[in-house]
Design a protein around this ligand. Structure first.
Ligand SMILES: *Cc1c(COP(=O)(O)O)cnc(C)c1O
Length: 396
């Protein structure tokens, strides 16, 4: 692994012809310590946001001991990388073989489910094990979130009573979990969901041992600047304290984005300029899936030794593949004199960015460089990073 003091240094000394992935372990460690110290319960890292083994080790070293995994490949990856980690298999629809291997080979005891079918599947796959922690996933609203997770999973009101009672019979510990959708922009999302949990508990009259409020904790992007995470934690703590659960019950959360967004960014090169359209060497099939498909705006900065004093202009990007869909509408704010050959850092790609990369059309990014400078934005830096504060804040 190469190490460099800064993104600018990487661009000017390596002058890379392909995109470079930058990693900032210190930023991920800071995010992990924040959750470990301030979340009023246990924080599980949701591996799908970024399964890089280096990141998994960084989070572990910073106090994250539990991992939310969703596939047998994620189970194997974390078990191999961190043999002492506790794995929670939180995908509500699993292959029976995956459950059996997770239980028998990797020691997984925690599973989520949202139907009686899945409960029966788990019991078959574990030979009616008596040491299971089973979390019933409730469907909750995604109205406060940028990315909905409301239509695919979760038991509906009306189905939860029977499901909670049957799961209580089968489980050593009974949990209730939900996911408010990713990048939840208001703590209210969690308060509302916890009210759903209350109704379900009262209706089924079961003893609940675990409340898992899922992921959805936001990061910071242009035009999406959430209130401080402490507000989310306070809302969750208040809601949890008022639930009719046993005195010894546990509170869990499963952040993916919030623990990984600041970990990575990329350096791309401009290969052509056409008006306010820049043809860059990474795109929709690389780290910019969300920028292309849901118009997500990531922060950008021009990496030049001499800072440009040209006025800021909104640009759109084309990625390197031959596909028209490889287009990121932005707008991405850059100095108006940006030209072919310039390098740009695109920030906050540690969550659902670098993890989504494909090799489509022969374009990929193999070089990874660790840098010591601050990420382009942060929810954890005190004070907010000065280097790019204006870039991030003014874009809103
Ligand atoms: C994706 C996912 C997460 C992580 O969500 P973020 O919005 O990245 O925090 C947590 N739990 C489950 C079950 C998920 O599917």
């Amino acid at each position: 692994m190469h190490k460099h003091p800064s993104a600018l240094g990487v661009a000017t000394t390596l002058t890379p012809a392909a995109p470079v992935t930058l990693i900032r372990p210190q930023a991920a460690a800071r995010a992990a310590r924040f959750f470990v110290e301030k979340f009023p319960g246990r924080s599980l890292y949701a591996v799908k946001a970024n399964p890089s083994p280096d990141l998994l080790r960084t989070l572990w070293d910073s106090g994250i001991s539990h991992f939310d995994v969703a596939s047998i490949a994620e189970v194997r990856l974390v078990a191999e990388t961190l043999p002492d980690a506790k794995l929670c298999f939180m995908h509500p629809v699993k292959a029976e073989e995956a459950i059996a291997e997770a239980y028998a080979v990797h020691g997984v005891r925690t599973f989520s489910l949202d139907t009686i079918d899945e409960l029966e599947k788990i019991m078959r796959a574990t030979n009616d094990a008596t040491d299971l922690e089973l979390c019933v996933r409730l469907r909750v609203s995604s109205e406060h979130s940028e990315l909905s997770l409301a239509s695919k999973f979760g038991a509906e009101l009306g189905e939860t009573r029977e499901l909670l009672m049957a799961t209580r019979q089968a489980a050593d510990a009974l949990g209730i979990c939900f996911h408010v959708g990713s990048q939840a922009m208001s703590p209210q999302a969690y308060s509302d969901a916890i009210e759903r949990v209350r109704a379900a508990i009262v209706d089924a009259a079961v003893t609940v041992d675990i409340i898992d409020v899922g992921g959805g904790f936001p990061s910071v992007y242009p035009g999406m600047e959430p209130v401080a995470l402490e507000n989310y934690f306070d809302a969750i703590h208040r809601g949890f304290e008022s639930l009719p659960v046993s005195y010894s019950s546990e509170l869990w959360c499963e952040p993916g984005r919030a623990l990984s967004a600041e970990y990575s960014s990329i350096i791309v090169r401009v290969e052509r300029r056409r008006g306010t359209e820049l043809y860059i060497n990474d795109g929709a099939y690389g780290a910019l899936f969300d920028a292309a498909h849901i118009g997500w705006r990531f922060p950008v900065v021009l990496l030049r030794d001499e800072e440009s004093d040209a006025a800021m202009t909104g640009f759109s990007f084309y990625g390197p593949t031959c596909d028209d869909m490889d287009h990121m509408v932005g707008p991405f704010m850059l100095p108006d004199d940006v030209a072919t050959g310039d390098y740009i850092e695109i920030g906050m790609l540690g969550a659902y960015g670098c993890a989504m990369r494909t090799g489509f059309n022969g374009f990929t990014a193999e070089t990874v460089v660790e840098v010591a400078d601050e990420p382009m934005a942060s929810l954890y830096a005190e004070p907010a990073p000065a280097r790019r504060r204006a870039t991030v804040i003014k874009l809103g």
